[in-house]
Design a protein around this ligand. Structure first.
Ligand code: NAD
Ligand code: MLT
Length: 526
């Protein structure tokens, strides 16, 4: 079996391959896409970090490729749908760099507070500017953490060691779980208003993209400092520039950028801005860990077929994969739909399987559902292996039940999700052997294909409403590829599940919400 490593990988990881029987490893970095496309056909496994781009075009010729392993977490550089279509397993190693990323954040907070990078540069120019670089103490200051997952929690612990007051905003974690970390849970608005330092530890999602912008920065304390060691694009860099230039913020530290590498942007010219080139995970320890983890996972898959930390395949035995895969996809999409319907923290998930599907072990399907449920919140951090554990850590109660018979369909999956303020029900089935359908969303019954970019609209069942919706979309050149209408007769309400060629932007959503007789409009990405 041949393994190709195309991004710099720690020696420890390469050694795992070299010491494995029947594995041959080649490390070839700095390949152009054409060069990679030319040689990929010879290999059974590909190991990458964040540089190699794995596109549909590159894997066209990857006839022997069985697995792609990412040493690290982020998979923005891999076209997962295209790779999955070819049956290639994609694995990552979330968590291997948690301590390192938390320590980098603390380093940034300290460097920012005491002007360490600027003072170093000045001294190296032969200057002695003691007065210019007076800083601030961290003692008794308030640190606001956005996202208290793995890294956010470690940052909180370390900041408390420096006697900072720590407050946190994470709408997907129950307030009492945050309190147990000895951190005060607050709303986003309160975090903005009270924090002396704000640090981001949430993934980039639809919700967090551009979360720190002109309007949210304006709500921050004058003189506050901002740190982002999570993902680029969460902070609007133009708006940050204006806030630093005007003095509304006294400093900012970025490890991640909307475009990487960012080049010499105007932010770089500001004395109160410091930065590092995505070094959050760059320590010897973290790189050894993610490299050995990914290498061991790949060897285990190539030699023994065992799947660990896969982002695109549930752990179903090869004999059952054809039968159960459509149900796993259905369960995953139902989970994702449920999270996109929820407006507050998920407390409990009840999953009921009925009909012939109950002849099999349901646990991979429940795992797939949990992965779907957590992915809109955690992105690449969640996979088919860690999803149940993460759900438990987040205090989500999971109740699984089976009913041997299913009234109208050979098999049915019903998923009820309770949040702090509501309960949503979604059910779905498989038509034939593999046609995935959503049959129910709360009180509405329909037959929707859960795939791609969608809008979920509720409206008054009255002539003309659908026309207004479609012509609004048409005006913005959004093409409708499918439309399913479900009705609730006694309330004269409809639900419309509408598939579009692109993800509909916030401006269009707002316009749709303002149409007469339209009650609600949600974007649903599946
Ligand atoms: P995690 O999944 O353990 O935690 C992320 C937390 O963000 C979760 O608790 C989630 O509920 C929360 N969250 C999601 N949406 C939110 C929102 N709208 N508002 C507030 N909170 C929200 O992830 P982690 O391992 O702690 O990593 C955090 C981020 O850091 C990820 O984006 C990860 O990719 C990034 N990271 C960067 C580096 C680096 O090199 N700079 C290294 C490691 C991780
Ligand atoms: C990750 O996704 O693991 C981190 O951002 C670090 C990296 O890109 O390696």
């Amino acid at each position: 079996m041949k393994v190709l490593v195309t991004d710099p990988l720690s020696e420890e990881g390469v050694k795992v391959f070299q010491e494995s029987p029947d594995i041959e490893v080649d490390v070839v970095t700095d390949l152009t896409p054409e060069e990679l496309k030319g040689i990929i056909g010879d290999y059974h496994a590909l190991v990458i970090r964040s540089t190699t781009r794995v596109t549909a075009e590159i894997i066209e010729g990857a006839h022997n490729l069985k697995v792609i392993g990412r040493a690290g977490t982020g998979l923005d550089n891999v076209d997962i749908p295209a790779v999955s279509k070819k049956g290639i397993v994609v694995m990552n190693t979330p968590g291997g760099n948690t301590i390192t990323a938390a320590e980098h954040t603390i380093g940034m907070i300290m460097a920012l507070s005491r002007n360490i990078p600027q003072a170093t540069a000045s001294l190296k120019q032969g200057k002695w500017e003691k007065g210019k670089f007076q800083g601030w103490e961290l003692f008794n200051k308030t640190l606001g953490i956005i996202g208290v997952g793995r890294i956010g929690r470690l940052v909180a612990e370390r900041a408390k060691g420096m006697k900072m007051k720590v407050i946190a905003y994470d709408p997907y974690i129950k307030p009492d779980t945050i309190e147990r970390l000895d951190v005060e849970p607050v709303s986003f608005d309160e975090l903005l208003q009270r924090s002396d330092y704000i640090t981001i530890h949430a993934p980039r999602t639809d919700e967090t993209a551009n979360m720190i912008n002109r309007e949210t920065i304006a709500r921050m304390k004058r003189g506050a400092m901002l740190i982002n060691c999570a993902r680029g694009g969460i902070v609007n860099e133009n708006d940050l520039y204006d806030a630093l230039e005007s003095g509304h913020l006294s400093g900012a530290a970025l490890d991640v950028f909307s475009k990487e590498p960012p080049g010499k942007t105007k932010l770089m010219s500001l004395p109160n801005f410091i930065c590092t080139p995505h070094l959050g995970a760059s320590t010897k320890e973290a790189q050894d860990k993610v490299a050995t983890d990914v290498a061991k996972q790949i060897v285990a898959y190539l030699l023994y077929g065992s799947v660990e930390n896969a982002v695109n395949v549930p752990g179903i035995s090869p004999e059952l994969i054809t039968t159960l895969r459509p149900y796993a996809i259905l369960a995953e999409r139902m989970g994702s739909l449920q999270t996109q319907l929820a407006d507050s923290a998920i407390l409990e998930v009840q999953i009921n399987y009925s009909g012939t599907v109950t002849d099999y072990d349901m646990s991979p399907l429940t795992t797939a559902m949990l992965k779907g449920l957590l992915t809109p919140i955690l992105k690449d951090e969640v996979n088919f292996v860690n999803a149940p554990l993460i759900a438990t850590e987040r205090g989500i109660k999971v109740v699984e039940s089976k009913t041997k018979t299913s009234e109208d369909f050979s098999s049915l999956i019903k998923l009820t999700v309770k949040t702090s303020d509501t309960e949503n029900i979604v059910s779905g089935t498989i038509f034939g052997n593999k046609l995935i359908r959503i049959l129910r969303i709360n009180k509405f019954y329909l037959e929707a294909i859960p795939e791609g970019h969608n809008l979920l609209i509720t409206n008054l069942d009255r002539p003309g409403v659908i026309g207004r919706i479609t012509s609004t979309l048409g005006r913005y050149e959004v093409n409708i590829s499918r439309m399913q209408v479900g009705e609730e007769k006694d309330k004269e309400q409809n639900v419309i599940f509408l598939a579009t060629n692109v993800s509909v932007n916030d401006e269009i959503l707002e316009e749709l919400r303002n149409l007469d007789d339209v009650f609600s409009v949600r974007r649903v990405e599946l």
